[in-house]
Design a protein around this ligand. Structure first.
Ligand code: NDP
Length: 315
């Protein structure tokens, strides 16, 4: 392939969630002159949440979008070069690695940190999108607290849904859990826990039909897949836990991933199978998926990149 390389950078960071910005702060302070491309959704998933109360250092809580503005400001103040733009292709066949931006220019990088995050999967209902952030959420750990003592519903039957239903059951009066088949996909142990939690009410063969409410969630209409019957349950919150999609498509074929597309890293590090390419945040984490864990792994990636570049005599 013929590349016209427009620029060569030392340390390229792809993605602008907590992982990417934290990597940028550390890389800038280590004088790696990081260039960060923000991607499709500058600030990442936190820009579509409301209040964040579990990120240390904000005793009064903080709005997700405000927090990401703070992350960006901090990275810029350290000297990171933050740019609009989407990485559209990569060629990791030889070093320095090549990354295409906006389907247009190609840049070269000695080290690449992938922090492109993941996107929650949604059901695709108009009402679900309209009430997103107003009672509809894809993260129980982030938003469950706002529904203390209230009735909520959750859809999904994997380990995430089971874990989130159990988390919500400790806060909410009742958790109505919708499972679209007659069995759950979650591991046996998680299923057992869900089944033995008295305030989780299971609805088998059931799907969400419509989220009801003008400006906030007031009820959920559910439909039984076998009988077609519908019923409306009054709830204040509706949690969608039907899986996440890691944003890793452009790295397929270059970087090892699991079958769901999560990038595989060497345990205890951010190293991928390709020397000089590191991964941080939700694109490589299907278990914890928290802002603080993403930030921690962004720090790891910058430190790993620094060590790699110094060992190569490039930093
Ligand atoms: P999964 O893909 O495992 O499960 C998604 C669930 O959502 C399935 O039950 C699926 O139903 C259901 N679903 C999908 N689409 C719809 C829809 N449109 N309407 C209703 N239900 C729907 O995703 P998870 O996020 O739960 O887990 C991803 C991976 O991460 C898994 O490997 C899991 O084991 C792992 N994980 C591990 C954890 C741990 O070890 N602590 C914690 C969380 C996740 P169906 O079954 O019918 O397809």
């Amino acid at each position: 392939m013929d590349y016209t390389i427009s620029e060569k950078v030392h340390c390229l960071i792809i993605g602008s969630g907590p992982a990417g910005y934290t990597a940028a702060v550390y890389a800038a302070r280590a004088n790696l002159k990081p260039v960060l491309y923000q991607g499709l959704q500058p600030g990442g998933q936190l820009t579509i949440t409301t209040e964040v109360e579990n990120y240390p250092g904000y005793p009064q809580g903080v709005q997700g979008p405000d927090m990401m503005v703070d992350f960006e400001k901090q990275a810029k103040r350290m000297g990171a070069d933050i740019r609009y733009g989407i990485a559209t292709r990569v060629d990791f066949s030889s070093q320095p690695y090549k990354v295409q931006i906006d389907e247009d220019k190609w840049i070269q990088a000695d080290a690449v940190i992938i922090s492109t995050g993941a996107s929650a999967k949604w059901l695709g209902l108009e009402s679900e999108q309209r009430l997103n952030g107003y009672g509809v959420s894809a993260c129980a750990v982030c938003d469950g607290f706002f529904f203390r003592g209230k009735e909520v519903a959750i859809v999904g039957a994997g380990d995430t849904a089971a874990e989130e239903a159990l988390y919500l059951s400790k806060l909410c009066s009742t958790v109505h859990m919708l499972v679209r088949r007659e069995q759950m996909r979650a591991s046996k142990v998680m299923q057992e826990r869900v089944l033995h939690t008295p305030n989780i009410k299971l609805y088998w063969n059931s799907e969400a039909d419509e989220v009801m409410g003008e400006n906030k969630v007031e009820a959920l209409r559910i439909r039984n897949n076998l009988s077609g019957e519908t019923q409306t349950i009054p709830v204040s919150g509706f949690f969608v836990a039907i899986g996440h999609q890691p944003n890793s498509d452009i790295f397929k074929g270059w970087i090892d991933m699991d079958e769901a597309g999560y990038i595989l890293t060497v345990p205890g590090s951010s190293r991928t199978n390709r020397e000089g390419v590191f991964a941080a945040g939700d694109v490589q984490d299907k278990i914890y998926r928290q802002a603080v864990t993403a930030a921690g792994s962004g720090c790891m990636a910058a430190l790993d990149a620094e060590r790699y570049l110094s060992a190569k005599g490039l930093a």
